[in-house]
Design a protein around this ligand. Structure first.
Ligand code: ADP
Ligand code: MG
Length: 249
C-alpha cells in the first residue's frame, strides 16, 4: 500500500500561514502503518492546524502531504472526500446530529458518502457500539448521553468509515474528569489493535502510555521528537523541559 518502509502518511516541509502570519514552518513527519504519534505543545503552537492540514481541512502554503505515496491536493475537490474517508478525524466537540439517534448518527456517512449496503453498515455499527459498551443506547438521542459517551460514539462514527489513519484532536479536553478515562481507554484499545493514529492531547500520562513517538511543537515548529520514555524523562530541549514542568503527572 505505502511507499517507503511502510510509511502511510508523509509530511514534507509543510508551511502554513493565516493571512501573513506563519503558523506552521517546515514541519516534517513520517507516520508508519500501525504507529501512534502523539503531538504535544503549548496552546496556540499549531497542533490543530497541523492535524487539519493532514486531512486537507486546511490548504497548505508550501510542502506536501502524501497519503500512501500520493500527494493530497486540496485544490482537487474530487480527491478530497476520498482523502477524508481514508483519514478520519475526531474533535473536541463531538458534533453528533442532535435530531438523529446514536445508531443513525453512526450509519449516516457510510450510507450517504460511501453508498454502502444498509444491512452491512447496521451490523457493523451495532458491533462497534457493543464494543464500546453503548449497544443499549443505540436508539437514544445525543442529548440523552453523557459527554464521555458521546465522544465514544464520535470515535465509532470515524471508525465505521474504515480510515487508514485516525486523527484525534484533544478529544477529552471538554470532558468532566470522571469521563476522560473511558474515552482514553477506547483509544488505548485502538492502539493495541494496530491502528495508525496521530493524537493531540494534554493528558501526559496517557501520551506516554499510548505513543510510539512523541512530537513536541512550539511556535509552529517541531522542536524535538523521540520515544515517550526518553522525551518525558529527559527532554533534549529547554523548551520541552519547561513545557513538561507545567504538568503534574
Ligand atoms: P493549537 O491547536 O496548538 O492550540 P492552533 O493550530 O489552533 O494551535 O492555532 C495556531 C495558531 O494559528 C494560533 O495563533 C491561532 O490563533 C492561529 N489560527 C488558527 N486557526 C486560524 C484561522 N482559521 N485563522 C487565523 N488564525 C488561525
Ligand atoms: Mg488545538
Amino acid at each position: 500500500m505505502s511507499d517507503k518502509n511502510g510509511v502511510i502518511l508523509d509530511v514534507e516541509h509543510l508551511y502554513k500561514s493565516f493571512d501573513d502570519t506563519p503558523v506552521l514552518s517546515d514541519v516534517n513527519l513520517e507516520v508508519k502503518k500501525g504507529e501512534v504519534i502523539v503531538v504535544v505543545g503549548p496552546s496556540g503552537c499549531g497542533k490543530s492546524t497541523f492535524l487539519r492540514c493532514l486531512n486537507a481541512l486546511e490548504e497548505i502554503n508550501e510542502g506536501r502531504v502524501l497519503l500512501d505515496g500520493k500527494a493530497i491536493n486540496p485544490a482537487d475537490g474530487k480527491s478530497l472526500s476520498h482523502v477524508r474517508e481514508k483519514i478520519g478525524m475526531v474533535f473536541q466537540s463531538y458534533d453528533l446530529f442532535p435530531h438523529m439517534t446514536i445508531l443513525d448518527n453512526i450509519m449516516l456517512a457510510p450510507l450517504k458518502v460511501q453508498k454502502r449496503d444498509k444491512e452491512g453498515v447496521k451490523a457493523e455499527a451495532l458491533e462497534l457500539l457493543e464494543r464500546i459498551g453503548l449497544f443499549s443506547h443505540k436508539d437514544k438521542f445525543p442529548r440523552q448521553l453523557s459527554g464521555g459517551q458521546k465522544q465514544r460514539v464520535a470515535i465509532v462514527r470515524a471508525l465505521i468509515m474504515h480510515p487508514e489513519v485516525l486523527l484525534l484532536d484533544e478529544i477529552t479536553a471538554a470532558l468532566d474528569p470522571e469521563m476522560v478515562r473511558e474515552v482514553l481507554d477506547v483509544v488505548l484499545s485502538l492502539a493495541k489493535e494496530g491502528r495508525t493514529m496521530v493524537i493531540v492531547t494534554h493528558e501526559m500520562a496517557f501520551a506516554r502510555a499510548v505513543a510510539d513517538r512523541i512530537i513536541f511543537m512550539d511556535g509552529g515548529k517541531v522542536i524535538e521528537e523521540g520515544a515517550p520514555d526518553r522525551f518525558f524523562d529527559s527532554p533534549k530541549t529547554e523548551r520541552a523541559a519547561r513545557f513538561l514542568k507545567t504538568f503534574s503527572f
